[in-house]
Design a protein around this ligand. Sequence first.
Ligand code: GLV
Length: 346
Amino acid sequence: MAEPRPTVWVSQPLIEDVIAPLRARVDLRETTEVTVWTPQQLAAQLADVDAAIVTLNERIGAAQLADASRLQVIANVGVGYNNLDVAALSAAGILASNTPDVLTETTADLGFALLMAAARRITESERWLREGNWSQWSFQTMLGADLHGSTLGILGMGRIGQGIARRGALGFGMKVLYHNRSPLPASTEAELGAQYVDFDTLLARSDHLVLVLPYTPASHHIIDAAALAKMKPTATLVNIARGGIVDELALADALGRGRLAAAALDVYEGEPQVRPELLALRNVVLTPHIGSASLATRRAMVQLAVDNLLAGLGQQGSAASMPSPINAEAALAARVARAAGNDKKR
Ligand code: GLV
């Protein structure tokens, strides 16, 4: 008898022609409208499928897995996966994957675009022009900060951080300082023209500071009032990582008091909500989490999620050949332990 086709849930409309070939291999349960899923709805969707493709907006923890006895794979479309409770997935023997690498350069581009926009007051200038203020132009209108020749600080020197360092050093002649869990190999530092410094030195010396570190309990509000107070009042802060890394009220306060010159945020602690304190400020550029949002990159992300899903289901290679697994070892070990436990019970 032929094996039954796996059922796969896709949590949001993604890129239709990248998803379409899946229909030949699995029973697809698609979502045709952008949907805000409640925790209970997520649990219900996961309860009777073999695999799911989800986005960063779907938060999946033990409660969402409680009835998901068939679930084998969660393919997350995004490099960050703080929306997934990896320990709970592993314990349940569910393989999880993310989409690194394919979005590195696109996200570094956006980081740089935000840096330029904040430092040179691009969105503020445009708003001022549209509001009909040009007749009041003076020699001092919209004075900003230079990028060329300045010091670029990078907090979190993974793939995206390195992409930003390369742009800053090679494209704009910036001096690059960085802080990371561990320093890069000397050859990579030399290639990027980047120098490792401690966190306080990074805060104190950066003219422009870009946050590109993963969001973990250790990085929650790492940029708080105390950290902001250590930065130059002329500095620019850019966050393209996760909103929870920055204490947004402290940031709004620092920007409002002129304690920090400008900021640009692509991510927010309560997204899609943006704090009114930030919305009220002119010296902060705000974008709606679009770091990886080029068409080519979004296609590549969905394709990578599909490839992970098919490998995880054993339909294209095996779990061991998932291109970008998050928890393969732990999840497969949990499956083995569970099978051994079931054998004993028999
Ligand atoms: C976007 O924030 C991602 O993690 O892919």
